[in-house]
Design a binder for this molecule. Structure first.
Ligand SMILES: C[S@@+](CC[C@H](N)C(=O)[O-])C[C@H]1O[C@@H](n2cnc3c(N)ncnc32)[C@H](O)[C@@H]1O
Length: 225
């Protein structure tokens, strides 16, 4: 039986162990929310800035006829779904740490991604992205890395994720880009220090703000090699 929280009006669907804690999938009416260690991670309601994460990358790659993309992590699949709408995309590698999120993406969340995980252009690596990008095998490289694993560089969901955004993390990400490639990073906060760090390593950096109903705008950083 699912536990209904009378304060939030949500229905807890699953509570599972996860990296450094636990993950909860809960339903609120027609929608779902993913909570990581008590911290809101993603829901199925909006997704505009998550879609912009790939649209800005495609715009920066407008002269290339075919594209290999990395999406990290999966969440509810809005970013992945958007990536697959681009006809030039020939392969999307999804790196997602939590096997339960991938399972939910094939189950209750499948309709929100239009069954994106079943698309033959998609492969899933169930792995910690922070470790994966540092693996010595850098033969797998991409035209775009579209990253949304945290609430932003200044607000990570687990402590270990912080090293994705430091100097060594950015160097490792750059090494995964094909020539002319682009890195996009999602954030719920402005993170000016991160923008400066990007400018120190990439030829051109732009920052896109997406207004949200309440609070600070969402932010998408776009860094071109
Ligand atoms: C905010 S959600 C992504 C939302 C996604 N852009 C969408 O459109 O639904 C963050 C995702 O990153 C995953 N994640 C967090 N840390 C990770 C890591 N170190 N490696 C890979 N995936 C990670 C989470 O499990 C979660 O599925």
């Amino acid at each position: 039986m699912h536990a209904i929280d009378t304060t939030t009006g949500t229905d807890e669907i699953e509570r599972v162990p996860a990296a450094d804690g636990e993950l909860v999938l809960r339903r609120a009416g027609e929608h779902y929310e993913i909570i990581s260690n008590g911290c809101f991670l993603m829901d199925t309601r909006a997704g505009e800035s998550e879609r912009l994460l790939v649209r800005t990358a495609f715009a920066a790659l407008d002269e290339l006829p075919s594209l290999r993309i990395l999406v990290g992590g999966l969440g509810v699949g809005f970013t992945l779904r958007e990536a697959l709408t681009e006809p030039r995309v020939e392969h999307v590698c999804v790196v997602e740490r939590e096997a339960h999120v991938v399972r939910w993406g094939r189950g209750p969340l499948a309709r929100f991604s239009a069954n994106a995980l079943d698309d033959p252009r998609v492969s899933v690596v169930t792995s910690d992205l922070v470790a994966w990008i540092r693996s010595p095998d850098t033969t797998q490289r991409f035209h775009a890395l579209c990253l949304d694993i945290d609430n932003g560089p200044d607000w990570t969901v687990t402590d270990g994720n912080a090293s994705l955004y430091d100097d060594a993390g950015l160097d490792a990400l750059r090494a995964r880009l094909l020539p002319g490639g682009v890195l996009t990073v999602w954030s719920a906060t402005a993170s000016p220090a991160f923008a400066d760090r990007l400018r120190g390593r990439f030829a051109r950096v732009t920052v896109h703000q997406v207004p949200v109903p309440r609070g600070e705008p969402d932010v998408v950083f776009v860094a071109r090699t």
